[in-house]
Design a protein around this ligand. Structure first.
Ligand code: SAM
Length: 452
């Protein structure tokens, strides 16, 4: 049977909704085993990510065209409807007849008895002349709900999460951040300055014509890729000339001021994005112990170091809270802590459905323990950088404050304004919070502590 982008998207979404698979993993598997043309792979990715990203909005819209509760529908029918309403509502370039015809075909193939329902619902959705915004306004207007729930329905987030963002940033900024988390994320490369330079890479890529790049806005190591390509298939990538990394993440390793000869501990290191950056900044002439608590993940650090040709990284298995490092003295430690990931929802849209409020509490406890352990083992005068890819103060400023209280008189919070581009200085307050609506980066928090 000929594969289509929609059929592969349907299979992928079914794995996510019915088997609990991670969206990015399920999609990567589906695409790599499909025979879709590159253009169709793009459409399939858009359908899967978009449906997951907009699920809360789509469900609210869909419910007004379906008499039964959505949870009472056959799961495969619900998946077909969600995917199709997403396209009708949010993908203006896709013709409605193509969406409806293929949805009916999918229904016939998977739940024959429901093809009439699918056809009827989608046709009434398509016949409704209102714009998507007007439809959303109508649905929201019919519900007696608070402002956070309205915002959640409009942009596709659970109410508890919206409330946390509103509490942290105020309504307008929270709204801007949540909208930005629905935008596609740019592809950026951190250039391996031990092998080449940003300037050389820019010129060479321009000459090759295969890939269009531009300089980054925030990091001197960044190249923004403007073409739709899989950079990992390029020879220069396989030979270690660069690493795919969000530009915001490139600001973290430099906060350690890594210098050749220093002993550095990267406590939560896999897959090694920041470990390898530290090694590059040390010209590969330092001593980096890169730990992770999962063996499989430790291997990803080794693979990254190997590809980039870095010798100074030793990857190790261990729980950062309890490292067997008696006698070791570290000049600097990076705690890039496990977190809720609410700053990377552009790349991992299912995070909004998977995370719960109680995860935040459990994670902040773990983060305090990890940061506390780092403060214990760093040398006097040494640096501890704490970073996350999330945006809630409970996992960021409050973790740092708790640890500063615990180590009162020993650890101090440093001003990092001299370490970040002038553009970002206004975003510093008890550390730097980078939010996606400001400069198009993922969301990050970073702070530097120093031991007296
Ligand atoms: C945010 S990720 C690190 C990303 C990495 N620094 C990079 O830039 O590529 C957090 C990592 O912490 C690891 N981790 C979770 N709990 C840990 C613990 N108790 N000790 C050490 N690592 C832990 C996770 O497996 C995960 O790989």
């Amino acid at each position: 049977m000929k594969q289509t982008a929609r059929a592969v998207a349907f299979q992928t979404l079914s794995r996510v909704y019915q088997d609990g698979a991670y969206t990015n993993v399920a999609l990567q598997h589906a695409l790599s085993t499909s025979n879709l043309a590159p253009r169709d792979k793009g459409l399939c990715t858009e359908l899967v990510y978009g449906t997951i990203r907009r699920q809360i909005t789509v469900d609210a819209l869909l419910q007004s065209y379906v008499k039964r509760r959505l949870s009472d529908l056959d799961p495969e029918v619900l998946t077909i409807l969600r995917m199709s309403v997403y396209q009708l509502a949010f993908l203006a370039r896709v013709p409605a007849y193509a969406v409806i015809d293929e949805a009916v075909e999918l229904a016939k193939r998977h739940v024959r008895s429901a093809s009439g329902l699918v056809n009827g619902v989608l046709r009434s959705f398509g016949r409704d002349d209102l714009s998507t915004d007007e439809k959303i306004d109508r649905v929201i207007g019919q519900k007696r709900v608070d402002d956070a729930t309205r915002l959640g329905i409009r942009y596709g987030y659970p109410t508890w999460m919206v409330k946390r963002f509103v509490k942290a940033y105020g309504f307008d900024r929270a709204s801007a951040i949540l909208q930005a988390c629905n935008e596609p994320a740019p592809l950026t490369i951190r250039v391996n300055t031990l092998k080449t330079s940003v300037e050389t890479m820019t010129v060479e890529m321009g000459q090759s014509g295969a890939i269009e790049v531009g300089a980054g806005r925030l990091s001197p190591y960044a190249l923004t890729v403007h073409s739709t390509v899989d950079v990992e298939t390029f020879e220069w990538y396989q030979q270690g000339y660069g690493t795919v990394q969000d530009e915001g993440a490139m600001l973290i390793a430099p906060l350690l001021h890594p210098a050749p000869g220093e002993h550095i501990l990267d406590m939560c290191a896999a897959p090694g994005g920041k470990t390898t950056h530290i090694a590059e900044l040390q010209e590969d002439r330092g001593y980096i112990d890169a730990y992770d608590v999962y063996l499989q993940k430790v291997k990803t650090i080794q693979a990254a170091a190997r590809r980039l040709g870095l010798q100074s990284i030793t990857s190790r298995l261990g729980d950062g809270r309890d490292l067997k490092i008696a006698g070791k003295v570290y000049d600097a430690i990076l705690v890039d802590a496990p977190c809720s990931g609410l700053g990377v929802m552009r790349r991992r849209p299912d995070i909004r459905h998977r995370r719960t409020a109680s995860d935040i509490t459990a994670l902040s406890k773990l983060q305090v323990e990890l940061l506390g352990a780092a403060c214990r083992v760093v040398r006097s005068g040494g640096i501890v950088v704490y970073a996350t890819c999330t945006l809630l103060p409970e996992e960021n400023e409050q973790v740092v404050q708790t640890v500063l209280n615990e180590f009162a008189g020993t650890m101090t919070l440093e001003d990092i304004s001299a370490d970040v581009p002038a553009l970002l200085r206004d975003d510093i307050q008890d550390g730097l919070v980078l939010t996606p609506e400001r400069f198009g980066t993922d969301g990050f928090y970073m702070a530097r502590l120093r031991k007296k």
